[in-house]
Design a protein around this ligand. Structure first.
Ligand code: SF4
Length: 258
């Protein structure tokens, strides 16, 4: 009868070949990685230069006069367009111009002003609580460090990164919003869809001196060319350095519609 399993006494004459195969496999992977990383870094550097030339110094899209207005606008902007937020904030800030007045506001009053944006009830509660904490814990000032920002209701890493890089110009991470998720995935800068993992990838491959300017340039590109559906690749300035285009012959288009 043929033996189809190995027991302890079986001599495996194939072991040397298996070891050889293992090393060959890893050598090949090593060579590929060694070749790919510098090539990828070149593509990233080219993209950074092209975006800087095309968009230059992009100002934050959300209107604001000070750090308080900015953090409130950024909290409101989750799952909502900046245009919609810019429509409600003038009224909101004229009624509640500082943390003290907003901390004492009624949820119904705030909700009525911001009701055209998504999740307005939750956001009304979050911005009032944030104003209360700013008053009690931070003397009415918006903190300029990640840990304190993350302690505020409605503030996750994205909001905190936006405040630190766009307002304080002290980036501690890379902003990952819905546009940056999509564009960086298509460019081949990440294979992840989770914002925190994407941020880790971007921090690793993008020099820190670009962490303030590049996110806004990528967002501008996402709005102008790299739409969620039917990206305008033929006019996009990154078409020659985009993995979506470079791999399009071997990968299915719908793998890149994320
Ligand atoms: S080439 Fe196309 S997929 Fe790539 S970044 Fe530009 S618009 Fe997006």
């Amino acid at each position: 009868m043929l033996k189809n399993t190995y027991d302890d006494t079986t001599i495996d004459y194939l072991v040397p070949f298996r070891i050889l195969g293992y090393y060959r496999f890893h050598c090949i992977i090593g060579l590929v990685v060694k070749e790919c990383i510098p090539e990828m870094q070149e593509q990233i550097n080219s993209a950074i230069k092209i975006l800087a030339k095309k968009y230059g110094n992009v100002h934050p899209f959300l209107k604001h006069q000070n750090a308080f207005e900015f953090i409130i606008a950024v909290i409101l902007s989750a799952q909502t367009t900046d245009n919609l937020v810019n429509k409600v904030t003038p009224d909101l800030f004229s009624r509640f111009p500082d943390p003290e007045t907003l901390a004492n506001a009624k949820i119904e009053d705030v909700a009525r002003i911001i009701k055209s944006i998504n999740y307005y009830k939750t956001k009304a509660r979050n911005i009032i609580q944030t104003a209360q904490i700013l008053n009690i814990k931070f003397q009415g000032k918006v903190p300029d460090n990640m840990d304190d920002l993350l302690s505020l209701p409605g503030v996750g890493r994205k909001v905190a990164n936006v405040i630190l890089s766009d307002y304080y110009k002290k980036p501690q991470g890379f902003v990952v919003d819905t546009h940056i998720k999509r564009v960086s995935y298509r460019l081949g800068w990440t294979k992840h869809t989770n914002p925190e993992k994407i941020e880790r990838d971007l921090i690793h491959i993008i020099p820190k001196k670009y962490w303030t300017s590049l996110p806004k340039q990528l967002i501008a590109l996402g709005r102008e060319y790299c739409h969620p559906k039917n990206p305008d690749c033929s006019h996009c300035p990154l078409t020659d350095v985009c993995q979506k285009n470079l791999l399009i012959t071997t990968k299915k288009l719908n793998e890149y519609t994320y």
